[in-house]
Write a protein that binds this ligand. Structure first.
Ligand code: CP
Length: 319
């Protein structure tokens, strides 16, 4: 898939004013962002400077939780488009003097933010900020609820390999219950026409009244049968109630992604992982590093291009 000309925004315009959840975007807006991501990926592949669409705009990255990929790719994405990017040093900020997270965000917004990227474990914070701030709020990860830009970059990566998601079978494996990526991926992939499956032990799958249109498998062999994409997830111990480390005992033997277990999927199947990976816990290092089977580093590459697309779309509306 190549997009050499700048895509046009949807004919009805790009009206989303926030990106907190995948369902903040219409189908047309999703396709626009994916096309724009591929357009920007072209600049990144050629190491050519992209248009400075965000010159004079201020982007604030406010990460109350740790991040490598999301924080730094948003940083790079904004800078490549010419924005002034501020990465708030949360550990050295006045949050530790008792200021609320909302007051911190409002203070930063008053400095003239045109967009604010927020990661937090509090699942209602993004909605409150959206109601409070004048600028668009982008969810860089909300508890175990949503991580919409990860889902968009995952879809862009899949499009780069398979052309589209329509008709693909995508198995999301491992700790789905505590994953914000799994939720956003499942919603987006389903909307883009893929058959999505959850594969994992019962105690790591969402409650049965959630994601009722997604099929569930408790054995890797059946869950991976016929899959085009196998998406591994790490154990998100930090979001488990109590000490979840016992859940990791024996997990790799039953659900670990290896070259052997990938043979249950289609011969052409690719493995993905949003990162950070725990090698030997949910995925074997030789599979993760195998350029014939793994799209994991390509996901990181598309992280920058896709976040460029999201920032551009939200701030300029494609005009
Ligand atoms: N996938 C992801 O969100 O990675 P980081 O936690 O490093 O941002």
């Amino acid at each position: 898939m190549t997009v050499s000309e700048r895509p046009s925004p949807p004919s009805s315009g790009f009206s989303a004013r926030r990106l907190i959840a995948i369902d903040d975007l219409s189908d047309d807006e999703i396709h626009y962002i994916l096309n724009l991501a591929e357009y920007y990926a072209g600049y990144l592949k050629r190491a050519a400077p992209p248009p400075r669409r965000l010159a004079g705009k201020t982007q604030i990255n406010l990460f109350f939780e740790d991040s490598t990929r999301t924080n730094l790719s948003f940083d790079l994405a904004g800078k490549k488009l010419g924005a002034d990017v501020i990465n708030v040093p949360v550990s050295a900020s006045s949050v530790h003097k008792g200021e609320t997270l909302v007051d911190t965000a409002q203070t930063l917004s008053a400095m003239g933010a045109h967009v604010m990227i927020v990661r937090a474990k509090e699942e209602g914070l993004h909605k409150t900020l959206d109601e409070t701030l004048d600028c668009p709020v982008v969810n860089g990860g909300a508890g175990k609820l949503e991580h919409p830009t990860q889902a968009l970059l995952d879809a862009a990566t899949i499009c780069s390999e398979f052309g589209a998601l329509e008709g693909l079978t995508i198995a999301i494996c491992g700790d789905i219950k505590h994953s914000r990526v799994a939720g956003s991926d499942a919603r987006l992939f389903h909307r883009l026409g893929a058959q999505v499956r959850f594969v994992g032990p019962e105690n790591l799958l969402p409650d049965s009244n959630q994601f009722t249109d997604i099929s569930r498998f408790h054995a890797l062999k059946e869950g991976l049968d016929g899959a085009d994409i196998v998406m591994g997830l790490r154990m998100q111990f930090e979001r488990m109630e109590g000490d979840g480390r016992a859940l990791a005992q024996g997990f790799f033997d039953e659900f670990g992604l290896t070259h052997k277990t990938m043979s249950y999927a289609k011969p052409s199947a690719r493995v993905m992982h949003p990162g950070p990976m725990n090698r030997g816990v949910e995925i074997d290092g030789t599979l993760a590093d195998d350029p014939e089977r793994s799209l994991i580093l390509r996901q990181v590459f598309y992280g920058v291009a896709t976040r460029m697309a999201c920032l551009d779309a939200l701030i300029t509306k494609g005009i």
